[in-house]
Design a protein around this ligand. Structure first.
Ligand code: SF4
Length: 89
């Protein structure tokens, strides 16, 4: 999958939710590149903002998109850790 396709998948994922992709396309592209690099080097599209543990089961929680709405940063800032997804206003 290339960067453009991944961003389209994320857009679709956010479509009917109370969040959307960050309107800052540079951030979105940076996260997409990071996730795709992780896939190339570590086998899965792990979150580029967090460190994987090497434990496959645990690291599944880090595959993007993760369950970011349980994160503290979502409650406090209305953004996932990488600012890829932001709350709709
Ligand atoms: S914090 Fe954001 S960028 Fe990271 S895995 Fe979760 S949804 Fe993806």
């Amino acid at each position: 999958m290339d960067k453009k396709k991944l961003i389209a998948v994320w857009e679709k994922f956010a479509e009917k939710n109370d969040f959307k992709l960050n309107p800052n396309i540079e951030i979105v592209e940076m996260v997409a590149e990071g996730a795709l690099n992780n896939e190339k080097n570590h086998g899965m599209k792990y979150c580029p903002c967090r460190v994987s543990s090497g434990d496959f089961e645990k690291d599944l929680l880090l595959v993007c998109p993760c369950n970011f709405r349980i994160q503290k940063t979502w409650a406090e800032k209305g953004e996932c850790w990488c600012s890829l997804f932001v709350k709709r206003k």
